[in-house]
Design a protein around this ligand. Structure first.
Ligand code: HEC
Length: 104
């Protein structure tokens, strides 16, 4: 996540920008997550997370269960849900999670 790396660097060097509102950072991550979602997930889970009925409706995913989300994305859920371990980094998955949390 480029924004997070930039943020950490700025933070580490002690600039006031460290106090950037976290909400803004969240919005950026959700936007990145949405891009990844449209490329990798929308074909099955539907545009803007509106499931066409082929797969789990991600707007219903319990928001207290990040671990479950991460495991399902990394390892897949055979036979319907492919594993993304080799294609997505843990940062990509966090960005996806930020997008899922917006509920579309
Ligand atoms: C080829 C179709 C397909 C693609 C592409 C796909 N999924 Fe899925 N996904 C499914 C199906 C089918 C299920 C339901 C599996 C089940 O519950 O047995 C599912 C279930 C899930 C679940 C719920 C698992 C659980 O714990 O109950 C999550 C979370 C999920 N997908 C996230 C994603 C994300 C994020 C992406 C993009 C990186 C993605 N999926 C891409 C088909 C797909």
């Amino acid at each position: 996540m480029r924004s997070l790396i930039a943020y950490s660097l700025v933070c580490a060097s002690g600039f006031m920008a460290c106090l950037l509102p976290l909400t803004q950072l969240q919005a950026n991550d959700a936007a990145l997550g949405k891009e990844i979602y449209q490329d990798a997930c929308a074909a099955c889970h539907g545009r803007d997370m509106v499931s066409p009925g082929l797969a789990f409706d991600l707007r219903q995913f319990p928001l207290a269960e990040f671990e479950r989300f991460q495991n399902s994305v990394l390892n897949g859920k055979p036979p319907g849900m492919p594993a993304w371990r080799s294609q997505l980094s843990s940062e990509d998955i966090k960005a996806l999670w930020d997008y899922v949390k917006t509920r579309g």
